[in-house]
Design a protein around this ligand. Structure first.
Ligand SMILES: [Zn+2]
Length: 476
């Protein structure tokens, strides 16, 4: 096939020879194989250089929910620990029943029985992004190329061994994955401020859902946590100030996170304090709010949380687009990042980091990130949700949105999957950049600069991260 490089070179030769038209065709026929070979070789060298550069980047992983290492190592890990929720959702999507899932995850059943159930649906799902991520993970961490009945016992054994392996996190994240630091959004018990995430590998963000979803027991708990008596909406906002102050100075968060898209439409109306105060009093008096009232009070609080994030220059990570699991009740159109436009317009100094490429609403996000200086695209989770959409849209975004606005990796899975995921992400990024250089859109040097930006520098700049003596932090 005549590629752009070949075509351009032939044109140059014709120009330099200044040939008459009649002689051109004969000369072309003679030159073609030579030019084609040398161009192919040049393309290959460029591709190799870009691949090497992308592989060598020490990535900033913008989104994870890792458990603290001590509890991960105390858990009875085995092969099925690798079959994380994402892959379980694909297995269910392919036909696995709830009973079969329960059986597969039950470590009191025999390994053989559990494998049999897995194998039936794995065969139908192994080609998806999640399937590829699992294969890549097993291949890279344990040197086992295929997941089959034959290899299953060794993978199972190797996973059991990881429980006894000291510094497993360090080995997987640093040595194997070249992930320099991960921004962790701790969930459940791990969200307790005392959970240790060593700063040579992790920094944290915090959710303020407990303030946004206002309930009577929630108000009481917030009062206790902040050592404050909360009698009014005003007191509640003072408690929010205290919580932010503590999170920034003591817990050293680098940003905040919202996962509200799992339960509602992410349109947050601008509600006045006059309207919100009586609703807050109703909650305190244990009088029920109707759906609209509850939404208004949450909307009001979301604006208050954003105002504080803006004040402390903390980027706001927002879940948009696809929801994990199966049969989620919230209609997917409620999660489209387009609903957030009023916030982008109002809070111009805030930095909104839009998660998961807003999949499947990537086209809308292209516009939002292009138009609003305060909107950033974060591709976390996306490479394994859809490797092909990631490839298509990374090209689209690089051609549409300034390159400082794209964050190209966040694992959003388990420790082990962070490895497989980053391998797939590097592959996709390399493929896109090589294509764009081939198309004559960037030089090789520009492509390498862009790779470093989207995998590392942009996140460091946006979250104001600093690494001193191998410890990551965000200076106050
Ligand atoms: Zn997540």
């Amino acid at each position: 096939m005549l590629n752009l490089c070949t075509f351009k070179t032939i044109l140059k030769v014709i120009k330099s020879l200044n040939m008459k038209f009649a002689t051109i065709s004969c000369t072309l026929l003679g030159l073609f194989p030579v030019v084609f070979t040398s161009c192919n070789q040049a393309d290959r060298i460029t591709a190799e250089k870009i691949k090497k550069a992308v592989d060598e980047i020490w990535v900033v992983d913008t989104h994870e929910h890792f458990p603290a290492e001590s509890s991960r190592l105390e858990a009875n890990a085995d092969f099925f620990t690798l079959v994380i929720g994402y892959l379980q959702a694909d297995l269910i999507s392919s036909g696995m029943s709830d009973d079969e899932l329960e059986f597969m995850l039950d470590n009191k059943k025999t390994d053989e029985e559990r494998w049999k159930i897995f194998a039936k649906y794995w065969d139908l799902s192994k080609h998806t992004g999640y399937g590829q991520c699992l294969k890549e993970t097993v291949k890279g961490l344990f040197g086992i190329d295929e997941i089959t009945e034959k290899t299953f016992p060794s993978i199972n054994e190797r996973m059991k061994e990881t429980n006894r392996q000291k510094d497993w996190y360090q080995y997987v994240l640093k040595e194997k994955s070249h992930i320099d630091v991960s921004i962790v959004d701790p969930l459940g018990t791990y969200s307790h401020p005392d959970t240790v995430y060593p700063s040579e590998m992790f920094v944290k963000v915090r959710r303020f859902n407990n303030f946004i979803n206002v309930t009577k027991s929630g108000i009481a708990a917030i009062g206790v946590q902040n050592n404050q008596i909360i009698l009014s909406l005003n007191d509640y906002l003072v408690a929010l100030d205290t919580a932010f102050e503590k999170a920034v100075t003591q817990e050293k968060i680098v940003g905040i996170k919202s996962g509200l898209a799992y339960g509602r439409k992410i349109y947050f109306e601008d509600v006045s304090a006059e309207e919100a105060a009586p609703l807050f009093s109703k909650v305190q008096l244990a009088k029920p709010l109707n759906g609209n009232e509850y939404k208004k009070l949450s909307d009001f609080m979301m604006h208050k949380v954003i105002q504080r994030a803006e004040k402390y220059s903390l980027p706001i990570q927002i879940h948009t687009g696809l929801l994990s699991g199966n049969f989620r009740g919230n209609p997917i159109e409620n999660t489209n990042a387009i609903h957030l436009s009023n916030l982008f317009l109002k809070y111009r100094k805030a930095k909104f980091v839009i998660f998961h490429g807003s999949y499947p609403y990537m086209a809308e996000l292209t516009y939002l990130a292009k138009h609003y200086p305060n909107v950033y695209i974060d591709m976390c989770w996306m490479h394994i949700v859809s490797p092909s959409a990631s490839t298509r849209y990374l090209e689209e975004w690089l051609l549409t949105v300034p390159s400082n606005k794209i964050l190209a990796f966040g694992g959003d899975a388990s420790i082990e999957w962070a490895y497989g995921h980053v391998v797939l992400a590097r592959k996709i990024i390399t493929e896109v950049l090589v294509k764009m250089v081939g198309d004559g859109r960037f030089s090789e040097t520009e492509a390498i600069v862009i790779a470093d930006r989207i995998l590392r520098k942009n996140a460091i700049d946006l979250f104001k991260l600093k690494k001193v003596d191998d410890q990551w932090h965000r200076p106050l």
